[in-house]
Design a protein around this ligand. Structure first.
Ligand code: ZN
Length: 375
């Protein structure tokens, strides 16, 4: 389909790739948003036409001509994409988001390191309570241990890390990845998580524009990032992160902005949460029945439930397909290229997380193409 096959729109439309005249059509905000969760701003709508053809719809009170950001197939005439928000330049918003992502990434490193330790301590405490034994004595310095206390320190020599050495990416580069006190190497995981946090945030605002969708997608992506790191390092997906993500997705489905839903409606969200859990629960038990082995953990079920709550049951097939396919490819490549043992399970959480994020950002286009190929 091409943009010109849009009978619903009339008025002074003019799509030349660089500017767009105001279009006053019979489309109303709610209708248009049903088809497109990526409406870039209040007062400006993007209506998907076919698979990659987008046309911008601008409300009368907006300026007659506003700059366009080129979309997926920007070179093809008539396939121009999204409308820029007039109040805040997308470039500035992307820069802010990227910087915020760097800082948050730095904090996510702390969460990824400390949360599993905090959980382990809580378990030990519970076990001791259950056995009616006094808990093992902790060194005084370790009694207060949470996300904020004690201050970050070098794991080798225990020297506290100065605030000026806590700047995301820069500090690692300046210190050349070594502790100032003892010279021990700092794990490259720190700058990597910071960079990924910044990059993800930038891409989200680039794709969704400076919108409420983007504002909600940022904490979604950050939580998925820290879950992935913890799963990669410890093969755990803590309830302390998956469950709030699930509740957040359910609650967010209640939010309406400009008469439209943010990502999905309440019904789709609830069914998505239950369905996401059930899909992997079923796969897990079927796999266990057939092979006698455990293919994944309960954290994976909860993570897919959370993704279903955020994106609706409609996106579950795509998430499962993407995560299973990439997981299988990486798993096979690991065995064949790196000589990994076939019996060492690879954590599935990062694949689910990545599939969820891809579905949030590009799910509609991907599903459209899929339908086009097969129908
Ligand atoms: Zn040190």
């Amino acid at each position: 389909m091409r943009a010109q096959t849009l009978p619903a729109i009339h008025g002074g439309e003019s799509i030349d790739g660089s500017s767009l005249m105001a279009i006053h059509g019979p489309l109303v905000a709610g209708d248009a948003r049903k088809g497109c969760p990526h409406a870039p701003s209040r007062g400006a709508l993007v209506v998907p036409v076919g698979v990659v053809d987008y046309v911008a719809v601008i409300e009368p009170r907006m300026p007659a001509t506003i700059p366009l950001r080129r979309g997926g197939n920007g070179d093809i005439p008539g396939r121009v994409a999204a409308v820029e928000i007039p109040e805040l330049s997308p470039l500035v918003a992307m820069m802010f988001a990227g910087l915020a992502g760097l800082v948050v990434g730095s904090f996510l490193n702390v969460v990824a390191h400390r949360l599993p330790i905090m959980m382990e301590r809580a378990w030990r405490q519970q076990c001791a309570d259950l056995a009616r034994q006094p808990p093992a004595a902790l060194p005084a310095a370790e009694i207060a241990f949470n996300l904020w206390m004690p201050r970050s320190a070098c794991p080798d020599c225990g020297a506290a890390i100065a605030v000026r050495h806590n700047i995301p990416l820069l500090s690692y580069a300046i210190l050349r990845g070594r502790c100032t006190q003892c010279g021990a190497g700092i794990s490259p995981r720190y700058p990597v998580v910071e960079a990924v946090g910044g990059g993800l945030s930038l891409v989200i605002v680039w794709v969704l524009g400076p919108t409420w969708q983007a504002a909600a997608a940022l904490p979604f992506a950050w939580t998925l990032l820290v879950l992935s790191v913890i799963d990669l390092e410890r093969q755990q997906l803590p309830d302390a992160l998956t469950l709030p993500l699930l509740w957040g997705g359910l609650l967010l489905s209640l939010v309406r902005v400009d008469g439209g839903v943010l990502f999905t409606d309440v019904g789709s969200s609830v069914i998505g949460a239950a369905g996401g859990y059930l899909i992997l629960w079923t796969v897990y038990h079927a796999f266990k029945l057939i092979t006698g082995k455990e293919g994944m953990g309960y954290g994976d079920f909860k993570l897919l439930a959370a993704l279903g709550a955020w994106l609706g049951w409609q996106s579950l097939p795509l998430i499962v397909l993407l995560s299973a396919a990439t997981g299988a490819i990486v798993g096979i490549a690991g065995v064949m290229l790196l000589g990994r043992s076939r019996h060492v399970p690879i954590p599935f959480g990062p694949f689910l997380a990545a599939a969820g994020l891809v579905t949030l950002l590009w799910g509609e286009a991907l599903m459209g193409r899929y339908v086009q190929w097969f129908l």
